[in-house]
Design a protein around this ligand. Structure first.
Ligand code: HEC
Length: 128
């Protein structure tokens, strides 16, 4: 298993330059409902900053499948409940596999449960 993970991280490093978030929201100042202004939501900004500061975007994109599932697909799959937030944060910390395909997600043992939960809150806000 370690060997697979090492090989995988090597592969990830090779493609690391391709990542990056391209999706921009155009916020027209008409009668935008609060839920359309994601950037005003503190959970959104905090989680986004943490995700951007970690290695997540090497494997994940917001709207397209990459090595990992698109964050919008993750948001569509899981309801935004405390239980799911806790469970998904645990997967980010310990690593996960089997829910989206054969490729496992690497563990992020250095993350605190709080930070991992903040990341999940951001991801679950991306539901379309
Ligand atoms: C090495 C590539 C890689 C990195 C880096 C990575 N992920 Fe993943 N992630 C994956 C893969 C692959 C899956 C699908 C795992 C599965 O099938 O259960 C996944 C799944 C997920 C899921 C859904 C888990 C589930 O059980 O449905 C979440 C949430 C997630 N990642 C968040 C993150 C966050 C946040 C980070 C940054 C701290 C991150 N990922 C970093 C590859 C990665």
């Amino acid at each position: 298993m370690r060997k697979i993970l090492c090989t995988l991280s090597a592969a990830v490093l090779l493609v690391a330059c391709g990542g990056g978030e391209t999706k921009k929201e155009s916020t027209e100042t008409t009668t935008a409902a609060p839920e359309n202004k994601l950037s005003d939501n503190p959970d959104y900004s905090k989680g986004l900053a943490l995700v951007a500061g970690s290695d997540c975007l090497t494997c994940h994109k917001v709207a397209e499948k990459n090595i990992g599932p698109a964050y919008q697909d993750v948001a569509a799959k899981y309801e935004n409940t405390d239980e799911n937030i806790e469970m998904l944060a645990g997967k980010i910390i310990k690593g996960g596999s089997g829910n989206w395909g054969a490729i496992p997600m690497t563990a992020h043992a250095q993350l605190s449960q709080d930070d991992a939960e903040a990341m999940v809150k951001y991801i679950l806000l991306l539901k379309k």
